[in-house]
Each structure stands twice: as structure tokens, then as C-alpha cells.
Design a protein around this ligand. Structure first.
Ligand SMILES: NC(=O)C1=CN([C@@H]2O[C@H](COP(=O)(O)OP(=O)(O)OC[C@H]3O[C@@H](n4cnc5c(N)ncnc54)[C@H](O)[C@@H]3O)[C@@H](O)[C@H]2O)[C@@H](O)CC1
Ligand SMILES: Nc1ncnc2c1ncn2[C@@H]1O[C@H](COP(=O)(O)OP(=O)(O)O)[C@@H](O)[C@H]1O
Ligand SMILES: [K+]
Length: 519
């Protein structure tokens, strides 16, 4: 018996969703009954949504496709018609699956208007997209492309059933043109495409409507531990090292060494240090070029600052002789470092504790001859986790030979072949583990698209990893947690200051509030 997972955490491909549905049908659940159930929940959701906006039922235009997405749309249209909503149906293609055709015939017999021209949808207040669901693979072309282009130019609110038509269910790619939704109601289980950066701007607000899929059927298709998971508030919270016991001291709450900064990039070191502060790590040590010591002492007074001899250009030339790398629970290397001193990477890689590499730490790794473009697995020469936090540019330098077309698959391949835990940054951060599993952060904000946000993440993540390592907890859940809280910190700061008000320093000051708010 596998442990039942919250269905909200699971992300499926179109083929997996189809296989899960097939199991329900094979077990005796009639296809038509499932469609009634699902569409009934969609209709209820729409009714509640619209009742909050206007007391009078608005006129709904319903786009109906040939498959069961169109069938869902017809059942929704029928139910809302019975509830007194004015409805108009537009069906661009004549062909339909038998169940969809039956619903179309019944809707026609009820006298629900069937439009001949899509232009007549302009009288509606809301347009519902039931053209294609997870069955879509082909590009949207010809008349369908013209229809969606026209619909997207209309002022009405737009709601999509399951996934916007024109979005590839697995990759999130726009297949020519896509229905531009204000709301997307994902049915049953989260689809992969809804978390791909390429799709984000056409999804609108995304909600999942549950339809009671038994765990046994999910596990039969996805295995006992589904590979693709969403980070949820519960998983992010439960990973935090809380509550803190009364009887403890700082060395039991993690010791982190952060090696960062140069005369040129002093801010990166302080932002990473402030991120680490937000983790609550017991003891923070900063190794920085000696000229940065006064700045860091002032900005992060609780940290122990190691002044390192520096190069003429102001980079760390070497670590102080008395710096014992073995005493730390975790090490982070990279923000603002420059690439002048490859020995820093060599030294830290040899230490048997978790290592977080970011920015120039990643660039040094990419240039290291042992790394071999990420194709030589690190596991034989390192037993502790190596955590890489590249943005897409750094990722390409690290893994130049990977040909996976989409970020999630690319991260998955990168982690499997290199043995590192790969945190691929972007609008939706993907965390891939060497065992092939993948976690995606579903909630974030473009407020983070700003210099320094990543430095804060590195510090926060390394701090949480240090606590986990010190307390002999699993490391990966804390990496997920760091990505989640980083985004939540940005969302909180954005609430207070707007999307343009979330500079990295503000983010670092908001993070302790959201993380501490979990106690
Ligand atoms: N089976 C059921 O009773 C349930 C079905 N559900 C609904 O069913 C959907 C999946 O239904 P289907 O598998 O029938 O697939 P779709 O409704 O997504 O449509 C697939 C059909 O569209 C055609 N098509 C795809 N792309 C096209 C293009 N670009 N141009 C022209 N034709 C194109 C395909 O040839 C196929 O006939 C889900 O998204 C969901 O809305 C869910 O509600 C769960 C219950
Ligand atoms: N459009 C976006 N939406 C959400 N998060 C974003 C977006 N763009 C960037 N981010 C996040 O901001 C951070 C940027 O990190 P990085 O590229 O390393 O920048 P820097 O080196 O300047 O700190 C990452 O955590 C990334 O996921
Ligand atoms: K749809």
C-alpha cells in the first residue's frame, strides 16, 4: 500500500490523465456519468463566480469542440440554461464524439440558440472555452485560429474548461494561437502545461476542480511516488525546522558558511547574507574579500565575517588559512564572487557537506574540466548533496549538451545525469532531483524579475539546508521550501508595495515575516 498523497500535489501529463480516466471507466464508472459530475461542478463554480460579480445572470457564449471538452461545455451550457442564464452556443467543427453529439442534440432540442457566426458572440458577457482539453496536440489553424484571434480581441471575460484551447497540455507551448483566459478551471489533476513558463500569460487565474479520483487509480498509473509534484503551502510549511525546541543552542540550529562577494559585486554578498538571516540559521559565517568586511559587519552584525586576502581586482584570492571548511553544516558559494579563483570551487567540492552553488560558483563549475558539461555523474566523488541554482543562461553553460526542449524535462535530465539537485530558476522554478523526481513552485510573481532576487534565494536556501543537515533531516524538502518562501515573500512585499516595489533588499526584509509567520 502506498502512502496517499494530497491530489493537489500531483501534476500529470495528458497521457497519464487519460490512463487514469480509463481506469475509472474500466472499473464501471460510465463516461457520461463522469461528464455530468465534472460539468456539474464546473457549472456550480461558474454560477458562484458570476453571482459575486452581478445579480443578474449574464449572457454566456459557449465554444464547443469535437471531443469531451466540448461535451463538458455542453453540459455546463445546459445546466446554466436551466438556471436562467441566457446562453449561445458556437460550434466551429461539425464532427463530434458520440457523447458530445448527443449533448449537442439535446441542447438544440431545448431551444438553446446555436450561432452560425462567431461574430454573434459579441452580445455575450462571458465566453466559455470548451473547444479542446487535454486531447489537443495539433496546432490551431485556419478557421479555428481566426476564431480564437477574434475572441481574444473581445472585451468579454473568458473562462477555459480544463486548459485553454491552443495550449499543449504537457509542454505549455502555444500551438499557433491560444484562447486567452481570465480563468482556467483545471479538471481533476493538475496538468503539466499549466506550470510551464510558456503558458503563464494565457492561463489567467487557475483553479483545480476535484472530481474524487481514487488514490489507487492515481498510484496505479503514476506509481506510489508520483514524479511530478507541485509544492503546496502544506509541504513547504511541514518541511520547516519548526517548532524549535526550548533546549537548544546555536550550533544545533545549523552553521552556514557563505563565500561570496567581490569589490565589484559587494551587494550580492550582503543580499545573500540577508537571505540566510531569514532562514533562522543558528550561526552564519561570511567569507568575503577583506575590503568588504566593514560593509558586511555593518549590514549583518550577527554574522561572523572572515576577511579573505583579495586579488588586485578585489576578488577573494584565497580563504583565510585558519578557515576550517569541515566545521560547517552547509556551504554556499557564488553570489558576486567573479571567476578569478577556481580553487574556491575545488576546495568546497571536496568537503563532505551540502554545497549550494549559484552565480559564479556555477560558472566556475561549468569551466571545471572534471564537470564535463554535467555528463560525468558526481556521485562517485561526492556523497553530500550538490545543489545548483542556475537561471536559464547559467543552465545552458552548465549543461551545454542537453537537448530537452522544455525547462522541466531539461532540469530532469540534468539532475539525473549529473547527480546534482538542480533548481532551475524562472517564472515557475523547477527543482529536479537525481532520482528523476521533479517539484514545481506553482505560485510566484514577476516582481522577482529583478537583479538580486536570486542572491536572496541562495542565502535563504543555504540557511535552511544548513539547519536540515545539522539536524540530520532530508535536504531536498528544505530546498523546495526555500523556493516557496522566497516567492511568498515576494508576493507579500508586492501586496504592500506593488509589483515594482519589490527590490531585493525589501524582499530580504519581508522574508523573515513570512517564514516566521509559520510558527
Ligand atoms: N471522459 C470524460 O467523460 C471526461 C472528460 N473530461 C473532458 O474531456 C477532455 C478531454 O477530451 P478528449 O480526449 O475528447 O479531447 P478534447 O476534447 O481535448 O478534443 C480532442 C478532439 O479534438 C481534435 N483536435 C485536437 N486538436 C485539434 C485541432 N487543432 N484542430 C482540430 N481538431 C483538433 C482531436 O482530433 C479530437 O477529436 C478533458 O479536457 C475534459 O474537458 C473531463 O471532464 C473528465 C471527464
Ligand atoms: N517572471 C518571473 N516570475 C517569477 N519569478 C521570477 C521571474 N523572473 C525571475 N524570477 C525569480 O527571480 C530570481 C532571479 O534570480 P537570478 O536570475 O539568479 O537573479 P540575480 O542573480 O540578479 O539575483 C529567481 O528566483 C527566479 O526564479
Ligand atoms: K478548453
Amino acid at each position: 500500500m502506498s502512502v496517499e498523497l494530497d491530489l493537489d500535489r500531483i501534476i500529470v501529463s495528458a497521457a497519464e490523465m487519460s490512463a487514469i480516466e480509463t481506469r475509472l471507466f474500466d472499473a464501471g464508472f460510465p463516461v457520461a456519468a463522469l461528464m455530468e459530475k465534472v460539468a456539474g461542478r464546473i457549472a456550480q463554480w461558474i454560477q458562484h463566480w458570476l453571482s459575486q460579480q452581478t445579480p443578474n445572470p449574464p449572457h454566456l457564449g459557449v465554444l464547443v469542440g469535437p471531443g469531451h471538452n466540448g461535451g463538458d461545455a455542453l453540459v455546463v451550457a445546459r445546466e446554466l440554461w436551466f438556471q436562467g442564464y441566457p446562453i449561445s452556443i458556437y460550434r466551429p467543427l461539425d464532427k463530434a464524439k458520440p457523447l458530445t453529439q448527443a449533448h449537442f442534440d439535446y441542447a438544440t432540442s431545448l431551444g438553446i440558440p446555436i450561432l452560425d457566426r462567431w461574430q454573434d458572440l459579441q452580445d455575450c458577457q462571458v465566453i466559455v472555452d470548451g473547444l479542446f482539453g487535454f486531447g489537443q496536440t495539433r496546432p490551431i489553424e485556419g478557421k479555428l485560429a481566426d476564431l480564437l484571434t477574434w475572441v481574444n480581441q473581445q472585451p468579454q471575460q473568458r473562462l477555459s474548461i480544463d486548459i485553454p484551447s491552443g495550449i499543449h497540455t504537457d509542454t505549455g507551448e502555444v500551438l499557433g494561437v491560444a484562447f486567452q483566459a481570465d480563468v482556467t478551471l483545471c479538471l481533476g489533476l493538475w496538468k503539466r502545461g499549466l506550470f510551464q513558463d510558456a503558458a503563464l500569460d494565457v492561463l489567467g487565474e487557475v483553479q483545480r476542480l476535484d472530481f474524487d479520483i481514487p488514490w489507487a487509480d492515481v498510484a496505479a498509473v503514476l506509481g506510489p511516488v508520483p514524479q511530478w509534484q507541485r509544492i503546496t503551502p502544506e509541504s513547504a510549511r511541514s518541511a520547516l525546522p519548526l517548532p524549535r525546541p526550548q533546549f537548544t543552542h546555536k550550533y544545533q540550529q545549523g552553521q552556514l558558511l557563505l563565500i561570496a562577494g567581490s569589490r565589484q559585486y559587494g551587494g550580492a554578498a550582503s543580499l545573500a547574507a540577508l537571505g540566510a538571516r531569514a532562514s533562522g540559521v543558528g550561526m552564519l559565517t561570511l567569507a568575503v574579500p577583506e575590503s568588504l568586511q566593514p560593509l558586511l559587519n555593518q549590514q549583518v552584525p550577527e554574522a561572523l565575517v572572515l576577511a579573505c586576502p583579495e586579488t588586485p581586482q578585489g576578488a577573494i584570492a584565497q580563504l583565510p588559512r585558519d578557515c576550517d571548511l569541515n566545521r560547517y553544516d552547509a556551504i554556499a558559494l557564488g553570489p558576486g564572487l567573479t571567476q578569478q579563483t577556481p580553487t574556491l570551487l575545488e576546495q568546497t567540492l571536496q568537503i563532505d557537506s551540502p554545497l549550494v552553488l549559484d552565480a559564479d560558483g556555477l560558472n566556475l563549475l561549468a569551466a571545471d574540466s572534471n564537470w564535463q558539461g554535467g555528463e560525468a555523474n558526481i556521485t562517485p566523488w561526492r556523497s553530500s548533496p550538490l545543489i545548483l541554482t542556475p537561471h536559464p543562461g547559467e543552465f545552458r553553460r552548465l549543461f551545454p549538451h542537453l537537448s530537452a526542449p522544455h525547462p522541466a524535462e531539461a532540469a530532469q535530465q540534468a539532475a539525473s545525469q549529473s547527480g546534482a539537485l538542480v533548481v532551475l530558476k524562472g517564472a515557475r522554478v523547477v527543482i529536479a532531483r537525481p532520482d528523476g523526481s521533479l517539484a514545481i513552485n506553482p505560485e510566484s510573481t514577476p516582481a522577482l524579475a529583478r537583479g538580486g532576487s536570486g542572491d536572496v534565494l541562495t542565502g535563504l536556501m543555504a540557511g535552511l539546508v544548513a539547519i536540515a543537515a545539522c539536524q540530520k533531516r532530508a535536504i531536498a524538502p528544505l530546498v523546495h521550501s526555500a523556493v516557496w518562501w522566497h516567492a511568498q515573500g515576494a508576493l507579500r512585499a508586492q501586496q504592500q508595495r506593488g509589483v515594482l516595489g519589490v527590490d531585493a533588499w525589501t524582499l530580504s526584509q519581508t522574508l523573515p515575516l513570512v517564514v516566521a509567520g509559520q510558527v
